[in-house]
Design a protein around this ligand. Structure first.
Ligand code: XIL
Length: 335
């Protein structure tokens, strides 16, 4: 019989997947139990869904996911405590609609992180504490988010300190995408180095790994893994998928209508080769890489359907629309 992902990688790292409350009760649940030993709530623990209004928490979806994990021996990764997206407007405004002060926003951030991390204390092995705080281009290392504009750069440090105080046993990560671009890699390195130098409780860097069959190269990927690890940090792959479409910057140069929503044999071949290279590289960095999580279960429903191009379907995962393993699966489990 074919090995499962979690069996194949038992001596390396847990294999995770992003889930919604629907995927843990519906037909996907069996596949999740068979293949994966870690789960990440795709949306349920983000600020908006879990903390929709002041002093009001919605624990239901997060709890259902944690409960599914616990009753099936599957670890849970938490995502995410502080992000500029999916954060409700109320967070930054007072009752008159005016922007809150630095002190007030820090107090709200502390309350939020303390409440959420405490609620799941001991049940979540790693948290993405701060997500996507670094811009893709430009000079600075800080994204011009509301958190940065109102609080200043120390919101990042504070977020890690609040999370650590609430659950000292959880591993704390800085998480971002586009981490293989030379410019952004350097910015993230500067950011996490500053945190390490100040003894901020950060334990690792999460590479989201929203890649495509055209990128990254093995050299780029290895450079990111080794550069972050050189700071004494763990590296986790937190949101892996391999789109069959070119990324935006390459796409702009192509003619409209060039792209098809079908999964061609050529795409399948390229994707299998790319996934093989990616996992060969992960295994090479055993010990440094302490987790690999896919962003969604199968090509049946992926967040990349209609994103960033409306009407376009994508096929970025190891299981097809009928939950059957694709060609890429073979190269990942047979080594
Ligand atoms: C995505 C979810 O998959 C979607 O369902 C949601 O509509 C938007 O967010 N980087 C992240 C993830 O850190 O939280 C994002 O997840 C994908 C990009």
């Amino acid at each position: 019989a074919q090995k499962s992902l979690k069996e194949a990688y038992k001596d390396y790292f847990p294999i995770g997947v992003a889930v919604s409350p629907r995927s843990v009760t519906g037909p996907e649940a069996e596949l999740i139990k068979q293949q994966f030993n870690s789960i990440t709530p795709e949306n349920a623990m983000k600020m908006g869904p879990i903390h929709p209004a002041k002093n009001q928490y919605n624990w239901k979806d997060g709890d259902a996911i944690v409960e599914f994990g616990q009753s099936n021996g599957i670890k849970v990764r938490g995502h995410t405590l502080c992000w500029h997206n999916q954060t409700p407007k109320w967070f930054f405004t007072d009752s008159t609609g005016a922007q809150v002060s630095r002190e007030e926003l820090l107090a709200r951030l502390k309350q939020h992180i303390t409440d959420v991390v405490t609620h799941y204390k001991g049940k979540i092995y790693a948290w993405d504490v701060v997500n996507e705080a670094v811009p893709d281009t430009g000079k600075g290392i800080y994204r011009e988010s509301k958190f940065y504009q109102i609080i200043g750069e120390d919101y990042i440090q504070k977020a890690f300190e609040y999370a650590h105080a609430a659950d000292p046993g959880a591993k704390l990560f800085y998480n971002d995408y586009n981490t293989e671009s030379a410019v952004k890699r350097e910015k993230i390195y500067q950011l996490v180095k500053k945190l390490k130098d100040k003894n901020v409780p950060i334990h690792g860097v999460g590479l989201q790994a929203h890649w495509s069959i055209f990128e990254p190269t093995q050299a780029e990927l290895e450079k990111s893994i080794t550069q972050f690890a050189s700071l004494g940090l763990a590296v986790q792959i937190t949101e892996l998928d391999v789109s069959v479409h070119p990324k935006e910057h390459e796409r702009r140069e192509r003619k409209a209508g060039d792209e098809k929503s079908v999964f061609t044999p050529e795409m399948e071949q390229k994707q299998a080769a790319h996934y093989k290279m990616i996992f060969d590289t992960f295994r090479k960095h055993k010990g440094t890489i302490t987790g690999v999580t896919f962003w969604n279960v199968s090509d049946k429903t992926t967040w990349l359907d209609n994103f960033p191009v409306p009407g376009r379907k994508d096929y970025p995962l190891l299981f097809d629309q009928n939950f059957k393993p694709k060609k890429a699966f073979d190269g990942v489990v047979n080594f």
